[in-house]
Design a protein. Sequence first.
Length: 255
Amino acid sequence: MSDPTVPALEIAVTSPAGARVALDHGADRVELCTGLELGGLTPSAAQVEAVAAVGLPVQVLVRCRPGDFVYDAEDVALMVAEVRSVIASGASGVVVGALAADGSLDTEAVTRLAAAAQDAGRPVEVTLHRAVDLSADPVTTAALLPALGLTRVLTSGGAPAAGQGLERLAAMVEAAPGVQVMAGGGVRPSDIPALTAVGVAAVHLSAKRRAEPRHGTAWVPLGASRSSADQDTHFLTDPAVVAEARRMLETRTTV
């Protein structure tokens, strides 16, 4: 059993293989998505089933498209259906979010997504994803979450990387009692002591490295994000990074 006084370690993964690396090297749970290079998109039901079978609790990102977090009614209806689908496939929780055009939290959309999760007939965690970092005021947004019944918020404190957002992360911890503030976004194991010192309940890392390209023939770009053969690959979970993050959590010191 993990020590409840030690902040949790969550690893973002895209496959059962990544989940096994996370399990073997000390993660407490995983966040599953596809399209990590796009910031993460909703995975298939089969992916959720396969990753849940590995044995760690699985938080599933529900995000129907890349780009901004301002969604129309059709987008929200699709994500409500995706929430129900991934929970039926074994998710322990869902990771959701939506913003209004003015940068405020779209409380109507978030309420619908959370209600779909909470209607599962079993306890399901609901995390607000990094849409909070694009909101007009991340601290004000975090303060709304207890009333919405959310479990946690994944955030860099509105900074490009969580290690640069320490002051705002501390303010978010203060503003959202009962909601777990999880530091994520560009987190490196060496950032963990500073992050935990401001009171976050968990740290989130992608712990990723690029897979070696295996192009047996001439390379042809198949998407706008693929600028070279070396870049046309996918990400793997790096066991050394996961293990180092676990070590830093267990031996962290205040800074």
